[in-house]
Ligand binder design. Structure first.
Ligand SMILES: [Zn+2]
Length: 125
């Protein structure tokens, strides 16, 4: 269960959605439904940007890091499985995860730059 590190109340509805998707993803991973697992995780990731927009940037950053970690975890698992005797069918999934991970990491970098370039534009006193 992911919680707002600042105890933010506004984050709650987004967090509920992120948690739901995150949990879905883990269930799919356990059942080796990697494609669905990756899809759910990617949607959770998208949802963190909603969180970032509306309320808690710290919160969003924590979950983004967590989700990237989970992606790496799935990638690791697939890497091991695709090497085995029956591993051929996992190779495609592994490539999908690698591509998605690359795309999300890039998006994360871009959003960080965007935040740096417009610091607190709307909070002028
Ligand atoms: Zn928060």
């Amino acid at each position: 269960m992911l919680l707002c590190p600042k105890g933010g109340f506004n984050c709650k509805s987004h967090l509920t959605e992120i948690n739901r998707l995150y949990k879905d993803s883990q269930n799919y991973q356990q059942n080796k439904d990697y494609q669905f697992s990756v899809q759910a995780l990617e949607r959770a990731f998208e949802e963190t940007f909603e969180l970032q927009k509306s309320t808690c940037i710290n919160c969003a950053n924590v979950f983004q890091a967590e989700i990237i970690d989970s992606f790496k975890n799935i990638e690791d698992e697939l890497y091991k499985m695709s090497g085995g005797l029956f591993g051929r069918r996992y190779i495609r999934s592994k490539n999908v995860v690698t591509k998605t991970l690359l795309r999300l990491t890039r998006k994360l970098e871009e959003s960080k730059y965007a935040n740096i370039n417009i610091p607190n534009r709307n909070t002028g006193t």
